[in-house]
Each structure stands twice: as structure tokens, then as C-alpha cells.
Unconditional design. Structure first.
Length: 263
């Protein structure tokens, strides 16, 4: 688990992709997967080279028999729109997903009862319209060789970077407001549609409540902290992207975020 985490973190830092001979063995259980993520989060190079932990992403609903899977995000790869400095080749860009992000305004530490959706939402400072740029630490050959879902999830759930768009007061948007529709455009051509209802548990606020209680239940003393970002799950996606493309996500009633795919 420590060796697995070290391999992924060093690839994150250097940008050098892991080939079939270097790609770590897959976790043997969900517990082993999350132990790997914890070892990644605590790796010294994460703080010194990647800016530390900036929050968490949520995805893969139903993956490995779980409600969803969570993984840490690194501050270095949380960038403002239009995404300057977020290199597609460096992060191994493989997919783009519009999502609802939330920035926490208060800590949500473990307590003697679970946090409800309303409890979790009350701790949110702002809603952020985001585009997640999914990435890989593997070469195409290594990615093809990884047949285990846990093996794919171990790579921080294919995180890459987050492009941050407009921020809105959470109290103004509300729990139902983040279930809005979204349209995704590449070079002004509509390529996908979706809504916040696609997030795990049926909506971004519900997804947030899940990860709050999930983190609190895991070993390692994890919990959401004020200032951290949560990417609550894809609303739709596209793989039809290349350097130079302009990507725009339009969120009904909330606004839009646009990025340019850098080489």
C-alpha cells in the first residue's frame, strides 16, 4: 500500500506516466483502496510539491459495490477558469466532466450521529461551477492492462485537475437549485447534456452528505474542513477533446464556466 501510494504520488509530481511494468498492483479490497488513498494524502511530496489536500472528488456510483468512491484532490491542480497552467499532457487528460463544486464554510468533524443532507448543506459557504479534467498516471498500455475496478480507482479515482468557474452563495442556490440541468459544448458544438440529479445519491447536496459521513467513518481521522472543495460528481461527460479546444458548460439558472484545453 505504501509502495503503491509512492508510485502514484511520484508520477503526479513528475508527470511521468507509469508503464505496465511500473504500474502498482491493484488493491485487494475497498479497505485497501482507501488505505492507499490515505497513504497518498499523507505522502510528504503531496504537501511540498502538490500544494497539499484541497478537498475531495466523488464518483463511480455503485463502483466496487459501494454507494460511490471518493478520492483526494490536490491544491496545485485546482485552477481558475480558463484553466491556464493545467496541462493536458501532464495530467494525462482523458475525459471532461461538468460538475457542481461546493466550498466548505465550516468543519464537519465526526460526531455521535450522521450528518443529514440539511446539516451538510448548512456548512457550505459557496457553490462553484466547475469542469473536472479527469486524468491518468498510466500509459495507454498500462491503463488497458488494469482490469480491476479497484486498480483504476486507486489512481485517485482518475483525478487530474479542476477548473473553477463562478461562485454563488450556497444559501441562495439551495439544495434543489444544484440539481439543475447542464449543457456541455466543445468549440460551440453541444456534445452532452445532463443534470445535478446524476450525482451519487440523487443530487450534489446528497452526494456531499454521503462523503461527509463516509470520511468520518474511515480510519485516519479524516473529515471535511472549512475551505476545502468537494466535486460532487459528474453531470455528463465527453472524451472528444484535444489541446486548443474551448470547452463550455452552461448550468440552467446558475451561469456558465469556460476553459481552454492546454497542451
Amino acid at each position: 500500500m505504501e509502495a503503491r501510494a509512492d508510485a502514484f504520488v511520484r508520477s503526479w509530481v513528475s508527470g511521468v506516466k507509469l508503464g505496465p511494468e511500473a504500474y502498482p498492483e491493484s488493491p485487494v479490497s475497498v479497505a485497501d483502496l482507501y488505505a492507499t488513498h490515505l497513504a497518498i494524502a499523507k505522502h510528504p511530496l503531496v504537501e511540498s510539491e502538490l500544494g497539499g489536500i484541497g478537498g475531495y472528488k466523488i464518483g463511480a456510483p455503485g463502483g466496487a459495490g459501494e454507494v460511490a468512491i471518493s478520492a483526494p484532490l490536490f491544491k496545485r491542480f485546482l485552477v481558475e477558469a480558463p484553466g491556464r497552467g493545467l496541462s493536458a499532457s501532464f495530467i494525462g487528460l482523458c475525459q471532461i466532466e461538468p460538475e457542481i463544486g461546493v466550498v466548505m464554510g465550516a468543519d464537519l468533524p465526526p460526531r455521535d450521529r450522521p450528518y443529514s443532507v440539511e446539516d451538510a448543506w448548512a456548512a457550505v459557504d459557496s457553490v462553484v461551477l466547475i469542469i473536472e479534467c479527469c486524468g491518468q498516471r498510466s500509459t495507454p498500455e498500462a491503463a488497458e492492462a488494469v482490469t480491476s475496478a479497484l486498480g483504476k480507482y486507486a489512481d485517485t479515482l482518475s483525478s487530474g485537475g479542476i477548473v473553477l468557474g463562478p461562485r454563488l452563495p450556497a444559501a441562495q442556490v439551495g439544495i434543489e437549485g444544484v440539481k439543475c440541468a447542464v449543457e456541455l459544448f466543445v468549440n460551440d458544438e453541444k456534445v452532452a447534456t445532463g443534470s445535478g440529479k446524476a450525482a451519487p445519491q440523487g443530487g450534489p447536496a446528497e452526494s456531499l452528505a454521503w462523503v461527509v459521513n463516509h470520511l468520518n467513518s474511515r480510519p485516519g481521522g479524516l473529515y471535511l474542513k472549512a475551505g476545502e472543495l468537494v466535486a460532487t460528481g459528474q453531470m455528463c461527460n465527453t472524451k472528444l477533446i484535444k489541446p486548443g479546444d474551448r470547452v463550455r458548460a452552461e448550468y440552467a439558472q446558475l451561469g456558465e464556466v469556460e476553459m481552454v484545453v492546454e497542451p
